[in-house]
Design a protein around this ligand. Sequence first.
Ligand code: PHE
Length: 345
Amino acid sequence: MAALIFDKIDSLLEEIKNAHVSDAKELEQWRIRFLGTKNIIKPLFAEIRNIPGDQRKEFGQRLNLLKQTAESQYQRLQSSLEGGQDSSIRQDLDLTLPPGSLQLGSRHPVTLVMEHMIDIFSRIGFAVAEDREIEDDWHNFTAMNTPEHHPARDMQDTFYLKGSKEYLLRTHTSSVQARVMTTQKPPIRIIAPGRVFRNETISARSHCQFHQVEGLYIDIGVSFADMKQTLQFFAREMYGSNTKIRLRPSYFPFTEPSAEMDVWLGTETATAKKLTKGTGWLEVLGCGMVDPNVLSNCGIDPDVYSGFAFGIGIERSAMQKYDISDIRLLFENDVRFLNQFTSVL
Ligand code: PHE
């Protein structure tokens, strides 16, 4: 008989310790059961008559413990409902502990190279100009002296917005040249980093999105020699002080004369070989003297001012610098790839 009552006390104690309520109504039911005027513990005190004398002391102690536990548990349940969280968690919270270290992210290789280029040009007085990726036909093509039937305007090359002949994803950062020239007066000396889009088949060497850093310098008496010096300075800062460059004649509608600049990488590493198609020369940018038509399209007098412009491709330089042999890795955002740049600043 006595053993049965002790068991009952034990199981009630267990029940009280494991108590859980999810709202005020449940809490009130719980209070009535264990602490109300007709609570379940009270009648047990009367059972003392049936307990053998030598166990009465222990019986009394256990019952008192049961009652006290019910009281303190009620307080806990009450405050956990008010605080909206388990009070046991709050008791464990030590606010004086130093916080765990934050997990650091990493900068994308394209960002790293772009920032390096911005840093180089800002040292010689170029300011950063940024503009929209969704551009209108005028800033991307017309102002840039690209005639109406030029193949670059073809749907095959350009992503037009759905149902639009007017709005498109900019195909080059040269659109920022038009944005700047129509809003600023010379002297103008800017670089415009950003993303561009072309409808190209995705492969290890080309992608439908990539990044460029555009440069534009307009003032009185700017010459081709100024351009060459600027680009040589850039190449030596970017690729090393002994870097060889070469300018090849080329064609762009918005520059005259136009050129493409290559830097010598050699053919020693597999990546260099692949990136240079075995020639050793990496094509890094297009450039030229701003066509007088572009200046007048944008409201700048070509009889007074002249200037040069260039557009540098970012991805190839990033691939060269970090020995990446497939451009697609730069856009897939695979953390196993990106994590490798955590320690690069
Ligand atoms: N916009 C050209 C391209 O995307 C690059 C360029 C910029 C060439 C400025 C000349 C001057 O290929």
